[in-house]
Ligand binder design. Structure first.
Ligand code: ADP
Length: 466
């Protein structure tokens, strides 16, 4: 073969040792360079495939299939076996990258000798692969995940066929090694996690995608399944009920005076609730019923009710009440004593927010940025949210009144004050032994950020109050 005049290097012809064919050095260089260019393109293809396939969320892929985007079903079938898919991409990518560096080493050694050739090839190919085989294609795939996943799906499937024996072998080997080292080998996480959705809701509000109201409602839904009946019930003290032997017109009057349409009916004491009567049934039977007035008995109009423990989850109770078509349940403690009652509305309020009726006052009234006036029965969690503070909840109490009693360790009087973790709590209204209202003020935290002495103090009686 003729020597290329342009190449003034000593080694002008390259002889393949095995087949004994002599190649012109310049042809080898050109072919090698072409091969490197093709291989770098393939490397780009594999790297971008990895990002496009594994960054494409399942819900978006399902949306694409529903929209009948061509290629989406193939993407899904590839993603159905993520382990196989990853092995395909990695085998392909490594073959092309290693081939590239071998070719570059061979060519550069022709010109610069062994050691320099190896060094140049190592650094040169590393730079090329990093730039054009990894960084640029991956950035592109991140930005065009959906369209790129669809485009590369066919060539990727073809690669799977072409490299079939290698892929099967490496698929098997990696699974075995994973098993040995105790890894599950799970490549894709579950569809979507609860935490992810909650984070999305938070950032949705920050970014302005969700209205404040929507954000609050969604947050409450997530809190809902951790809420227990005790947190939402109307306590025994506020229950309006009638004895079973009361005349019907007295029951109607009780309903009207209390403003409630349903009232529990008890025998003997509130601890023995027999069921519930609805004012509609009382009025109908009294005025339009067939029985004579003196024959009418409250007992005949009692509808059954549920008795539930105070620790029951509200989401379970809501389902049960809907199934049984009941609007009210009686809450009992571990000894069977009536603790209060709960209606559908109490539970629904947990999701949609407080539903105030008539002259009902706001449970939390904002007096200033750092001060709120709260009703005693308000949950600590809600107060914490309103003031952005962290009063702890205890095992035995859920409400702000419960918190105050717990801290004081005794009955409290109007005007008493306690300070806890940078929050001043003033007892505003007390009726008999019951705390009706308290004022909470968030105090300025000391600038040096030193914890206050009572910061980590356990909840127990203390002498904080005056
Ligand atoms: P109503 O409209 O008859 O008052 P809702 O189911 O709308 O009934 O409940 C509104 C609020 O009144 C809830 O907080 C619920 O716990 C309370 N409630 C309902 N009935 C009674 C009752 N008989 N005694 C005390 N509180 C009740």
């Amino acid at each position: 073969m003729a020597l290329s005049p342009s190449l003034a290097v000593p080694l002008a012809a390259y002889e393949l040792p095995v087949v004994g064919i002599e190649f012109d050095q310049s042809i080898v260089t050109i072919l090698g360079t072409l091969a490197i260019a093709v291989l770098i393109a393939l490397s780009a293809f594999f790297s971008s495939s990895e990002i496009a396939m594994f960054n494409l969320p399942k819900h978006r892929l399902e949306g694409m299939i529903e929209d009948e985007i061509s290629g989406a079903t193939l993407v899904k079938s590839l993603k159905d076996d993520p382990h196989r898919l990853l092995v395909t991409i990695l085998v392909g990518n490594n073959i092309v990258n290693i081939a590239m560096s071998s070719i570059a080493t061979a060519i550069l050694s022709l010109y610069f000798g062994g050691l320099v050739g190896v060094l140049l090839a190592t650094f040169g190919i590393t730079a090329l692969v990093l730039l054009f085989g990894e960084s640029v294609p991956k950035s592109y795939a991140v930005e065009n995940t959906e369209s790129w996943a669809v485009r590369i799906s066919k060539p990727l499937k073809l690669t799977e066929y072409l490299l079939f024996p290698l892929i099967v072998l490496f698929d098997y080997l990696t699974r075995q090694i994973n098993r040995l080292i105790g890894s599950t080998g799970a490549i894709e996480s579950p569809y979507v996690t609860r935490d992810e959705i909650q984070e999305m809701i938070e950032s949705g509000e920050r970014e302005g995608v969700l209205e404040e109201e929507e954000h609050e409602m969604l947050t409450r839904i997530f809190r809902f399944n951790n809420t227990i009946v005790k947190e939402v019930m109307t306590p025994r003290l506020d229950m309006t009920a009638v004895p079973k032997d009361a005349p019907i017109d007295e029951a109607i009057e009780t309903c009207i005076q209390s403003g409630h349409a349903r009232i529990p009916v008890y025998e003997g004491s509130l601890d023995n609730v027999q069921g519930v009567v609805h004012i509609r049934d009382l009025v109908r039977d009294l005025n339009y019923g067939e029985a004579a007035d003196d024959e009418l008995e409250l007992a005949d109009l009692i509808q059954p009710t549920l008795h539930v423990p105070e620790s029951k989850n509200v989401d379970e109770l809501l389902t049960e009440m809907r199934e049984n078509r009941m609007h009210m349940a009686i809450v009992i403690d571990e000894f069977g004593t009536t603790e209060g009652l709960v209606t559908m509305e109490d539970m629904i309020e947990e999701i949609i927010g407080e539903i105030l009726e008539g002259g009902e006052e706001q449970p939390i009234e904002e007096i200033a940025d750092d001060t709120v006036l709260v009703r005693g029965e308000v949950n600590i969690e809600d107060v914490n949210e309103a003031l952005d503070i962290e009063l702890p909840e205890g095992q035995e109490f859920e409400t702000i009144a419960g918190f105050i009693f717990n801290r004081a360790g005794r009955l409290v009087e109007e005007g008493e004050e306690i300070t806890y973790d940078g929050v001043r709590i003033t007892v505003e209204t007390v009726e008999n032994t019951r705390i009706l209202k308290a004022r909470l003020t968030k105090l300025e935290q000391p600038a040096d950020d030193e914890p206050e002495p009572d910061d980590a103090a356990p909840l127990e009686a203390d002498d904080d109050h005056e």
